[in-house]
Design a protein around this ligand. Structure first.
Ligand SMILES: [Zn+2]
Length: 107
């Protein structure tokens, strides 16, 4: 009797975990879409309107399950996917190699 109860309990737990996982994915997907819309709304709904410099501030962070995050977001401090590191190292590199960061004219 106890064993049967345990089996039942485990089955319920597995179902719950599956449901939570699915919900979690939906929430993240939604948030990503929401944030993408938020991002593009300010630029006449055309993501291509973002300048190259602006685009560099955004990335789909693997540390946040692919969530689109901005370097100004609090979530950015938790970024461990390598984007932050590469951005910081490239920023240091360009500072020394190219003091006048001319990004507006050259593509
Ligand atoms: Zn990241």
């Amino acid at each position: 009797m106890n064993e049967e109860h345990q089996k039942h309990h485990t089955a319920i737990q597995q179902l719950m975990e599956k449901a939570i996982n699915r919900l979690d994915k939906i929430i993240w997907k939604h948030m990503t879409k929401e944030r993408y819309l938020e991002l593009t709304r300010s630029k006449d709904t055309d993501p291509n309107r973002l300048t190259e410099e602006e685009q560099k501030e955004w990335h789909f962070c693997k540390s946040w399950k692919g969530l689109l995050i901005h370097t100004g977001d609090p979530t950015y401090s938790e970024c461990n996917c390598g984007f932050k590191r590469s951005k910081e190292s490239s920023a240091q590199g360009t500072k020394e190699a190219n003091p006048k960061a001319d990004s507006s004219t050259k593509v």
